[in-house]
Design a protein around this ligand. Structure first.
Ligand SMILES: [Zn+2]
Length: 369
């Protein structure tokens, strides 16, 4: 990740490359109707999409440019999400998927309500109709099928934006019918700057430290600021890199951390995700070292992570296939979080399976020696 400042557009930090891409389409009269914006969580996809909608709906934006005036009724209504030509839907916190009624109306109003219906109405004053589906990762087959007609024959002057974390997580029927726009992680300096500017963090030193650990995600950065999170990360990385893995101890530590998020299930799930992201960072580092066959160096900016990666590599050596399995396992566990699983059970399953894999790796390394 480079440390150069990223600049901003309409208060959105970074993603200027994506703005230019949309402006080029607009100027060339080649604006597509359906987009899939993909990038890691917490990089500002939703904010970006809403600002894009604002620039498309503002009548004062110069031709071929995406520059909303920010003061006209259209702009103000987009800001308050009350514009009749803009619909934004996302997965309700208590649902595992985006419910069908948000797309095509409930049973009594099938095809007469919901996002697809709204998009088919005439925009006011000859403008555009814009719809944003946040959390497109959570479209199930039923939902994707409901969207199919809109994707295949988009209503005139409509723009549909689906936001997801990766192309792989979208169903092929969706992926193949959208123009894919990839959005990058944020630069560390941008994250540090945002943390201070939004008064999430008083100390610029701490902001820089957190930014360095955030993997370019503002969401990760905010989570890392939580009470006791940095300490937990340090202990988790130390434990995961000490083999043989103390399976029950790690599972218990993870469960306690998750429970400490409070009573609300979404907060607990976010913490479980955070744990698995931390593990993925560790195992990706190890995988990189195992693939290239070079011992990783310890870096001061993230001593906890880099020393854990080095320790794992010293113990397990270059076994890239099994290292990749460790990464996959953590990703796999993460995909189960939203399926209403019991989080303690998930923590136990993940640590147990990880332990099994590292034992295999240790055996493999012993044979090599
Ligand atoms: Zn305006």
């Amino acid at each position: 990740m480079s440390d150069s400042p990223q600049g901003s557009w309409h208060g959105v930090v970074g993603h200027l490359d994506v703005v230019s891409r949309f402006e080029a389409m607009l100027a060339g009269g080649r604006m597509a109707s359906t987009f899939l914006l993909v990038g890691p969580s917490g990089i500002g996809k939703r904010t970006f999409a809403i600002q894009l909608a604002k620039a498309l709906l503002c009548k004062h934006s110069p031709d071929g440019r995406l520059k909303a005036c920010g003061r006209c009724p259209d702009c103000l209504q987009v800001d308050s999400l009350s514009h009749t030509d803009l619909q934004v839907i996302s997965k309700p916190a208590d649902k595992a998927f985006i419910p069908l009624e948000l797309l095509i109306g409930d049973k009594e109003h099938r095809m007469r309500a919901g996002l697809c219906y709204d998009l088919s109405l005439r925009p006011r004053d000859g403008g555009r109709k814009i719809a944003i589906i946040d959390d497109a990762d959570y479209l199930n087959k039923e939902g994707a099928n409901a969207l199919l007609k809109t994707l295949e024959e988009p209503p005139p002057r409509s723009v549909l934006m689906l936001l997801g974390t990766s192309e792989q997580r979208q169903l092929p029927t969706i992926r193949s019918r959208c123009q894919i726009i990839r959005m990058s992680r944020l630069h560390e300096t941008s994250i540090a700057d945002l943390l201070v500017r939004h008064q999430l963090c008083d100390s610029p030193e701490l902001a820089a430290k957190i930014a360095g650990l955030s993997a370019g995600s503002m969401q990760q950065a905010i989570l890392l600021l939580g009470e006791g999170v940095l300490e937990f990360r340090r202990d988790l990385l130390a434990k995961l890199s000490t083999l043989p893995l103390e399976t029950l101890g790690v599972a218990k530590m993870v469960s306690q951390f998750v429970e400490a998020a409070g009573k609300e299930s979404p907060a607990k799930r976010a913490r479980m995700k955070q744990v698995l992201e931390m593990a993925q960072q560790l195992y990706r580092g190890f995988l990189y070292a195992a693939t290239t066959g070079t011992e990783p160096a310890i870096e001061e900016r993230d001593h906890e992570l880099t020393s854990a990666v080095q320790k794992l590599y010293r113990t397990l050596g270059p076994q890239p296939e099994l290292a990749a399995d460790l990464v996959d396992l953590a990703i796999d566990a993460e995909t189960h979080i939203d399926g209403n699983v019991n989080l303690t059970g998930l923590a136990e399953w993940w640590t147990g399976s990880t332990s099994g894999l590292t034992t295999k790796l240790a055996r493999g390394q012993a044979t090599r020696r």
